[in-house]
Design a binder for this molecule. Structure first.
Ligand code: FEO
Length: 402
């Protein structure tokens, strides 16, 4: 073990022993421009316990941080709160090195670890279960489908530390370990981007989870997620933001997403954006040649309108629009109105295809699509402007009355 990597104390007897991935830029389809961290934690109780592990290439970094405070072979228990590979990729190897007495996971987690890595003998813990660590107690709470079926929280009652796996995390590599050391605007942006791209499909469950955490009646002093910084203050603010994001109450904001081949659909997109802006709506005009799908997800999180345009390429919607719509459909944003638009050269099937996907997404189509053959003339540009203005006015009414 080298002596470069150190553990960081996050409460009296709990240490961060994770790894920093400065370079990752694609996290299963989500662009992570600021990298990420894989957080693991060591509870220095009578029975020393490791909470989660890290992505496989970072195993030695984690073991070095552990070795900076204890002999890794003194670890008696390992708890896996979430079995996705970024937290379990090195679990089997770490078990070989550490030889813990027991490994614990949720009921589904124990099964998942067996299926994924052929790790047998993981002890399943039920919701509400506890584990006696000698000088401390670890409690467990299932958070099923947030965001995997196996996910669970664990917390150290004596030190008021919550290990929240992916929840309350963000993809942010930093040399600072605590959120209060990082610029608030970065935390808000990366937190919202993470919620939009990872947790949005389970928004209703997030609201229930917040109630469940409230009912516990604990005042957690430290919240330790599996990605990004550790919260040792302002956790109430984080909970409020999670409620806001989960409720998806729209702002007067519209996202216009488009692709273009010869700039005709782009001309239409710009005219729609002008109409939206004229009605007092905040507009995000996003070309899919210049924006990533996960940036669109971030913008849609608090938007009230989604307007999508595409040329027709070989009887189909343009590939980058198919990409972003497939991604957004999976994220299940709610409370959106919208419409389709686009220019075509021969047959124009893309418009109907966009409308079909928007309907599947439960976007309320408040207007017929605007489409045109070849380059839009000034009549079509006027139509686009009117479409934007009308959607803006509709959005204004909806936002004002909700
Ligand atoms: Fe960070 Fe769902 O894994």
């Amino acid at each position: 073990m080298n002596s470069v990597y150190k553990a960081v104390k996050i409460s009296k007897n709990v240490y961060w022993v994770g790894a920093i991935d400065w370079n990752i830029r694609d996290f299963h389809g989500y662009t992570t421009r600021r990298g990420t961290t894989y957080n693991a934690y060591l509870v220095l109780s009578d029975k020393i316990t490791l909470i989660d592990t890290v992505r496989e290439p970072f195993r030695d970094e984690m073991l070095s941080r552990i070795a900076s405070i204890i002999n890794p072979q003194d670890i008696r228990f390992i708890v896996s709160n979430h079995s996705e590979m970024d937290h379990t990729g090195c679990l089997a190897a770490v078990m070989d090195i550490v030889k813990p007495d027991e490994v614990y996971a949720s009921v589904v987690g124990a099964e998942t670890l067996r299926e994924m890595y052929s790790i047998d003998g993981v002890i399943p813990i039920k919701d509400g279960g506890t584990l006696d660590l000698g000088t401390m107690t670890l409690s467990f709470m299932e958070t099923r489908m947030l965001h995997w079926p196996d996910s669970m929280f664990s917390f150290v009652n004596e030190e008021k530390v919550l290990f929240s796996h992916d929840a309350f995390g963000m993809h942010l590599a930093s040399s600072e370990r605590f959120a209060d050391e990082i610029d608030q605007s970065i935390l808000d942006y990366e937190g919202a981007t993470y919620f939009a791209n990872i947790l949005l499909p389970y928004a209703q469950l997030v609201l229930k989870l917040i109630e469940k955490v409230d009912k516990l009646g604990y005042e957690f002093e430290v919240v330790a997620p599996d990605h990004g910084p550790v919260w040792r203050e302002s956790f109430d603010r984080v909970l409020k933001l999670y409620s806001t994001w989960a409720l998806q109450q729209p702002l007067k904001k519209a996202v216009v997403v488009y692709a273009t081949m010869w700039h005709s659909t782009e001309l239409m997109a710009r005219a729609i954006s002008e109409g939206l802006a004229r009605s007092g709506v905040d507009v995000k005009l996003m070309s899919m040649a210049e924006n990533h799908r996960s940036d669109v997800a971030y913008e849609v999180l608090d938007a009230g309108a989604l307007i999508v345009g595409s040329p027709t390429l070989n009887n189909n919607v343009f590939p980058s629009i198919a990409d972003v719509l497939t991604y957004l459909k999976g994220l299940r944003p709610r409370n959106l109105i919208g419409a389709a638009f686009g220019s075509y050269g021969w047959s124009g099937e893309s418009i109907r295809q966009i409308e079909d996907i928007l309907k599947e997404m439960k976007v309320d189509l408040v207007s017929d699509a605007v489409s045109t053959k070849h380059v839009p003339d000034f009549h079509v540009i006027d139509q686009c402007f009117s479409l934007g203005k009308m959607i803006g006015e509709q959005l204004d009414k909806r936002v004002t009355t909700t």
